[in-house]
Design a protein around this ligand. Structure first.
Ligand code: MN
Length: 168
């Protein structure tokens, strides 16, 4: 008995089937920069100049959508709630995140914010500095956000002036 040959053949067959399977299986999916156009933030949701660059929507694999949001200085969201919460990753600049209890925090690139479900809040740029964040917004029954009233200019100025700055 010389099993060497059959085993070798078997290994070759296995390797070939593995390679073929790898080639046939659905691989990663790349969405290249520029595949989706930038969108101007609606004046029914934002005050000031805001740009939204959607990366992905919630789907059967992930409960959260991903969007880059770019706020020019002074720009901010309306007051709003998220039925299933939202994660914010500040990727550049300096911004503000406020809650209905009157607390407002200064955030900068690298900071991470968790906005719990059903807590009324807003986020945006600092008065003189732009801010970009990635919003990972959870979906509940297909809904990600409930919009409320704008953060008025007077309210924004007042909240920005008393915002808690960890660097001061
Ligand atoms: Mn939010």
């Amino acid at each position: 008995m010389k099993p060497t040959l059959p085993i070798s053949l078997c290994l070759i067959a296995f390797a070939a089937s593995f390679a073929a399977g790898g080639a046939q299986a659905a691989g990663h999916v790349i969405q290249h920069a520029g595949d989706k156009p930038s969108v101007v933030g609606s004046s029914t949701m934002f005050t000031g100049k805001v740009r939204q660059d959607s990366v992905a929507r919630a789907d059967e694999f992930s409960t959260s959508g991903i969007t880059y949001v770019t706020f020019e200085p002074g720009a901010r969201t309306f007051w709003h709630t998220h039925p299933a919460g939202q994660r914010l990753l500040i990727v550049s600049g300096k911004g503000l995140v406020g809650t209905a209890d009157g607390r407002t925090d200064v955030v900068r690139a690298g900071d991470y914010v968790w906005c719990p479900p059903e807590i009324s809040h807003w986020h945006g740029a600092a008065p003189d500095t732009a801010m970009v964040h990635i919003a990972l917004t959870n979906s509940k029954n297909g809904k990600t956000v409930d919009w409320q009233k704008p953060v008025s200019d007077e309210e924004y100025a007042e909240l920005a002036a008393k915002a808690i700055d960890p660097l001061k």
